[in-house]
Write a protein that binds this ligand. Structure first.
Ligand code: AHR
Length: 472
């Protein structure tokens, strides 16, 4: 069946051209992969004002809060159906000692956050506060353990503290801190960026360390840990190969991470979040599409060593990384957010969805006030960013079945380079509803798009929703 529709649209798609050169062929009856809702996950680090000020204001704050956590931020994140939250880092994870963040707050030791601005961390927000935040958000916690500067014992005891219901020294301490029942934390990161800030290790060295740490992070009761090995940086295929060949995938780890940030220029001059011309806009989108090649190549390696598809690829840091806003602390990574960011979000989410067979989780960096945030706060006020609204529109794909689609479309060109002008995902939910999200990357030309819904016997109704860039 062929239907011409204005589908569920991300950007304003206005019919101005008579000839429909843009077509999305959707095979409505051929879907087999589920798009894990965990692809729509988030990441929050002890960095800048993400945790302190962003979530945590303390019980005595005038800002409305529940147990010290801002109500406005929690309510906003619930709107986008936040499925999981990764914490405490990032680079911070590999210098974080979890025991500093439990017990009476006024007795917790302080530390210096050496990675992010050299500020004093008072450990007011620790394990109990994070898990209370996840409880309020009704999302799954993803905790990244310290492999870089911690010890096997420390990591092992953290898991015991969180998940054991036995009589043990760790559970005694947990109970004395007011938590009787174990939390049953499932997602566990075995270090972060251990090729860099997490210890400057070689792939071979990390793989051995990961085996050792993983051996001592135990399952308790019925809870089965989903351990996420610290994976490669961007196109470090040797790292992936080593981990998959020698790390005993499926046993020592169930997921492997991948980090790739979109940077318009280079690490020394990333470019402004708001002051950019069309050339830079184009370059940003082209660079973000590199995610597609990274996934194809890393997945090919994973397929070689794990043909049964037991291990998930977890893109647990991604998004736009711009220069900080002028006048803000360079170590706080505070950046503004525009429609360019919204498109970077939709393009990446489409890429993850298309790789749903292997990509089981992803976490955009970093939710509140840091990098490509969903929410920016100032004192008692919050603003939801353009990226937030993409995540909101895409909730329809959470745990839906990916529908194989072909996008036949015009190119969007700049100077001698081109990218496809459209990016899209089609999925079918449990009730049989088909959702199509489409982004038009061309900033000046609206597109007419026809959707060919193949295999659908009857289309009972069609409805569209747009995001109009002129209104943002
Ligand atoms: O998200 C900011 C930083 O980027 C993280 O701490 C680190 O893992 C990555 O390099």
């Amino acid at each position: 069946m062929k239907a011409k529709i204005i589908p569920f649209v991300l950007l304003a798609i206005v019919a101005i051209s008579a000839a429909a050169q843009n077509k999305i062929i959707i095979n409505t009856d051929l879907g087999k992969e589920k798009i894990s809702k965990h692809i729509y996950g988030h990441f929050s680090e002890h960095l800048g004002t993400c945790i302190y000020g962003g979530y945590w204001v303390g019980e005595d704050s005038k800002i409305p809060n529940t147990a010290g956590i801002r109500n406005d931020v929690v309510n906003a994140l619930k709107e986008i159906g936040i499925p999981n939250l990764r914490w405490p880092g990032g680079c911070f994870a590999d210098e974080y000692h979890w025991m500093d963040g439990i017990g009476p707050r006024n007795e917790r030791p302080t530390m210096i956050n050496t990675h992010w601005g050299g500020v004093t961390e008072n450990n007011a927000f620790g394990t109990h506060e994070f898990l209370e935040l996840c409880n309020q958000l009704a999302c799954e916690p993803v905790i990244c353990g310290n492999l870089g500067s911690g010890s096997v014992q420390e990591m092992s005891q953290w898991v015991e503290y969180l998940n054991s219901s036995n009589i043990s020294p760790m559970t005694d301490i947990r109970k004395s801190n007011g938590r009787e029942e174990p939390w049953g934390v499932r997602y566990w990161g075995v270090g972060n960026e251990n090729w860099g800030c997490g210890g400057s290790m070689t792939a071979e060295y990390y793989t051995n360390e990961m085996r050792r740490y993983s051996t001592f992070t135990k399952n308790y009761g019925n809870n089965r840990l989903y351990k996420i090995a610290g994976g490669p940086n961007s196109d470090d295929y040797h790292w992936m190969e080593t981990l998959m060949k020698d790390g005993n995938p499926g046993q020592n780890f169930q997921g492997v991470s991948l980090h790739y940030y979109t940077i318009a220029h280079d690490w020394n001059h990333k470019g402004s979040a708001t002051q950019f011309d069309e050339k830079e806009y184009f370059t940003t989108l082209k660079k973000t599409m590199h995610m597609n090649e990274l996934l194809d190549k890393h997945i090919a390696i994973m397929d070689k060593y794990d043909p049964q598809n037991r291990v998930g690829l977890v893109v647990d840091e991604w998004g736009n990384w711009h220069d900080v806003e002028p006048g803000t602390n360079p170590g706080f990574l505070y950046q503004q957010n525009t429609m360019r960011d919204a498109l970077v979000a939709s393009v990446n989410l489409d890429i993850f969805n298309q790789h749903a067979r292997r990509v089981k989780m992803a976490n955009i960096a970093q939710t509140v006030n840091v990098l490509q945030a969903m929410i920016l706060t100032k004192d008692d006020k919050i603003v939801k960013t353009p990226s937030f609204y993409v995540f909101k529109m895409y909730t329809v794909h959470h745990d839906a079945t990916l529908l194989p689609s072909n996008i036949i479309c015009e190119n969007y060109s700049s100077e001698n380079e081109s990218v496809p002008a459209l990016s899209a995902t089609a999925s079918k939910d449990d009730s049989g509803k088909i959702h199509v999200t489409i982004s038009n990357l061309d900033p000046t030309n609206a597109k007419e798009v026809s959707c060919d819904l193949r295999g659908a016997e009857k289309i009972s109704f069609v409805r569209g929703q747009g995001g109009d860039r002129t209104k943002n």
